[in-house]
Design a protein around this ligand. Structure first.
Ligand code: HEM
Length: 273
């Protein structure tokens, strides 16, 4: 193993048997289950229609714009967007598996480059779909998702810079932050479902303009980011009590994510397959 490979691998914390380590693994597995369902939906619903050019088939699912007859560039942007959506969702899960990083660093590097490219395309393309094509229901939602795009671009740049400079501990932190905000679109769907199951949909407006909609418009990226930040701090320098507190937070978060993911599969994704 070269020096670079050795420092690369040592950037990942040793597998730990403490509660924080266990809770983080559980939370990751819940996210993985939910994101694999999202990936399966994108592959089964959007890939056949987008790759065969049957763009009109997108509109069998409720969308703000989706396919618009005569809007060639808008439809093309949408097609690229949904094709890249599966790449980033599946690719992010692969990047976080320690065994892959340790055993096959080349896979991590190439998948990492693909992940960064898809992050760039989805955030810039998403900004164009929102503001250029005018795909939005209300301004809070449009600003919330635009903030997410800016966070993705900023964290992708930081993660890339740190990796290029071989600062792997720093790279891991920025990469985790990037994963948190790049998962915002998925998190929003899961968040709606978990909230709907718990409250019957309190605060959700007809045009997605209720108090909960406004909250989730920004919380879809800021909440996962805040939890990631708390986890990173507790992991690096937390007291045993703080670590256990964050472990409980991650465990509860994991259960909520599982419930929301099952709800999203049943209500949002599988009915269109
Ligand atoms: C980075 C991860 C992202 C993923 C995985 C993703 C995924 C998707 C998917 C699957 C759709 C199809 C709609 C659906 O079936 O639910 C979609 C549509 C869309 N996305 Fe994204 N997206 C991402 C980022 C973004 C960003 C950052 C923006 C805006 C800045 C954005 C703006 C849009 C817009 C405007 C649509 C069209 C919605 C419609 O017509 O109903 N996306 N995205």
């Amino acid at each position: 193993m070269s020096t670079i490979d050795a420092s690369f691998v040592s950037a990942r914390p040793a597998r730990r048997a403490d509660w924080l380590g266990r809770a983080a693994t559980f939370c990751y597995l819940s996210i993985a289950a939910g994101q694999l369902l999202f990936t399966a939906f994108i592959l089964a619903f959007y890939y056949p229609a987008s790759l065969s050019g049957d763009f009109a088939a997108w509109n069998t699912k409720p969308l703000i714009k989706g396919f618009v007859a005569g809007d060639a560039s808008g439809n093309l942007f949408f097609a690229v967007h949904v094709l890249m959506a599966a790449v980033i969702t599946f690719g992010g899960l692969v990047q976080l598996v320690p065994a892959i990083r340790g055993r096959w660093p080349q896979v991590h590097r190439w998948n990492g480059r693909l992940y960064l490219l898809s992050a760039l395309m989805l955030s810039l393309g998403g900004l164009w779909l929102t503001w250029g094509r005018g795909t939005w229901l209300n301004l809070a939602g449009a600003f919330g998702i635009s903030l997410d795009a800016l966070l993705i671009l900023a964290f992708a740049a930081m993660a890339y810079r740190a990796a290029r400079a071989r600062r792997f501990v720093e790279h891991r932190r920025w990469a985790l932050r990037l994963f948190a905000v790049a998962s915002a679109v998925w998190f929003m769907r899961v968040g709606y479902m978990a909230w709907g199951i718990a409250t019957g949909g309190a605060g959700i407006g007809e045009a997605m303009d209720g108090p909960f909609d406004l909250f989730l418009a920004f919380a879809n990226s800021l909440l996962p980011l805040a939890i990631t930040e708390i986890y990173l701090r507790a992991d690096a320098s937390g007291t045993p009590a703080a670590k256990n507190g964050v472990a409980a937070l991650l465990a509860i978060g994991g259960v909520i994510i599982l419930a929301g993911s099952v709800g999203a599969w049943m209500m949002m994704w599988s009915p269109y397959l």
